[in-house]
Design a protein around this ligand. Structure first.
Ligand SMILES: CC(C)(COP(=O)(O)OP(=O)(O)OC[C@H]1O[C@@H](n2cnc3c(N)ncnc32)[C@H](O)[C@@H]1OP(=O)(O)O)[C@@H](O)C(=O)NCCC(=O)NCCS
Length: 298
C-alpha cells in the first residue's frame, strides 16, 4: 500500500477520508473550503507533515503530524476510511509518521481518541503509545445556567482585530504550564479566531481599568439539531485569579451564546484542571464523555 506525501491537489482525497471518519464519529462534516482552511493554519506544514495511504488507487487513510517544535511534540491526527480498516493501513501510517516525527527531532508522539474508541486504543498500544492524560467534554443547556455571584466592576466588550496581541499574551499567561499547552503567536490566533465561520467578535473580553484580565473565545457550531455554541478557550490573567472573574466571563459568554440561539454549549477541559472543572460544574455543565491522550517517548 503506497504512502505518499500530501499535495494540495490531494485535498478531495484527504477530505473524503476525513468526512467518512467524521460521519461515523458523529462529528460535523467539512466542506472542501473548511478542509483547506484547516490545513492552511500557520503552524501546520501539510506538504511536509501529512501523508496519504491509497489502496487500489482509492484514498484509504491519512495521518497529519502536528509538530509543536517548542514542546518537541508530534501530535498524530489521522483516520482510516471505514471500508479500509483491519488491513494494516493505520499501523503503516503510524510507523511512517513516527519515523517522520523522529526526523523532526520530536521527543514525544501524542495521539488521541474517545474513551470508547477501542480500535485506536489497540493500535496505539501495539506501537507503544499508552494512555497518559484525559480530557472531559461538558455540556450546558443555557436555561440551566447557574450564574455565580460576582462583582460587576469590570467592563465587557467584544474583541476586534487590534486586540489580538493582547489576547495572545493573556492566553499564553493564563494557560502557561497547562497540560500540553504550546504558546501561540498573534499570527496563529489571528488565523484561528476567524476559522470555521468565527469572527473576532465571538471572543468576549473583560477589562479592569485599562488591563485586559479575562477572555472567552467562543465558536458557533451547526449540528444536525440546530445551533450550538462552543467555549473554545477561557482564561483569567493569573494576577487576577480567585476574584470571581472566571464566573463573570463565563456568565457574559453564556448569555451571548444563548441570545445568539445556542441550544447547548459545549466545552472540553483537562481532567486535572480542578479550578476550571469546579467553575463549570458549579455553573451547571455536565460531563458528556472523555478524550484519552496517548503518548510515546521517542
Ligand atoms: C479556570 C479559571 C478561568 C478560573 O478563573 P478565576 O477568576 O480564578 O475563577 P473565580 O474566581 O471566578 O472562581 C469561580 C469558581 O471556580 C472554581 N475555582 C477557581 N479557582 C479554583 C481553585 N484554585 N481551586 C479549585 N476551584 C477553583 C471554584 O468553583 C470557584 O468558585 P468558589 O470560589 O465559589 O469556590 C482560571 O483559573 C484560569 O484562567 N485558568 C487557566 C486557564 C484555564 O485552565 N482555562 C480553562 C480551560 S477549559
Amino acid at each position: 500500500m503506497p504512502i505518499q506525501p500530501f499535495r494540495f491537489s490531494d485535498l478531495p482525497a484527504y477530505l473524503a477520508i476525513r468526512n467518512k471518519d467524521a460521519a461515523e464519529a458523529h462529528v460535523p462534516l467539512w466542506t472542501e473550503a473548511e478542509a483547506a482552511e484547516y490545513l492552511h493554519q500557520p503552524n501546520l506544514h501539510p506538504e511536509r507533515d501529512l501523508f496519504l495511504a491509497t489502496e487500489d488507487g482509492e484514498p484509504a487513510g491519512f495521518l497529519l503530524v502536528v509538530h509543536e517544535s517548542l514542546l518537541h511534540h508530534a501530535i498524530h491526527e489521522g483516520a482510516v476510511a471505514p471500508a479500509w480498516r483491519r488491513r494494516g493501513i493505520g499501523t503503516s501510517l503510524m510507523l511512517h509518521a513516527i519515523a517522520h516525527s523522529r526526523g523532526l527531532l520530536a521527543r514525544k508522539v501524542l495521539g488521541s481518541g474517545s474513551d470508547s474508541d477501542v480500535a485506536r486504543r489497540t493500535l496505539f498500544a501495539s506501537l507503544g503509545l499508552l494512555p497518559a492524560h484525559r480530557q472531559v467534554h461538558m455540556r450546558l443547556e443555557p436555561d440551566r445556567f447557574r450564574e455565580g455571584r460576582f462583582d460587576r466592576s469590570y467592563t465587557v466588550r467584544l474583541a476586534d482585530a487590534p486586540d489580538v496581541r493582547y489576547i495572545t499574551r493573556l492566553q499564553n499567561r493564563a494557560f502557561a504550564g497547562g497540560w500540553n499547552y504550546c504558546p501561540n503567536t498573534p499570527g496563529e490566533l489571528h488565523y484561528r479566531m476567524r476559522m470555521h465561520g468565527s469572527e473576532y467578535s465571538d471572543t468576549v473580553l473583560l477589562s479592569m481599568g485599562k488591563a485586559l484580565v479575562a477572555y472567552c473565545w467562543t465558536r458557533p457550531r451547526r449540528t444536525a439539531h440546530g445551533h450550538a455554541g462552543v467555549i473554545w478557550m477561557i482564561g483569567v490573567d493569573p494576577d487576577w485569579h480567585g476574584k470571581g472573574l472566571g464566573q463573570a466571563i463565563l456568565a457574559e459568554s453564556v448569555h451571548r451564546l444563548r441570545d445568539g440561539g445556542a441550544a447547548v454549549i459545549d466545552l472540553t477541559v483537562n481532567e486535572e484542571n480542578d479550578s476550571a472543572l469546579n467553575l463549570y460544574r458549579q455553573a451547571g455543565f455536565v460531563p458528556t464523555g472523555h478524550t484519552v491522550w496517548y503518548e510515546l517517548a521517542l
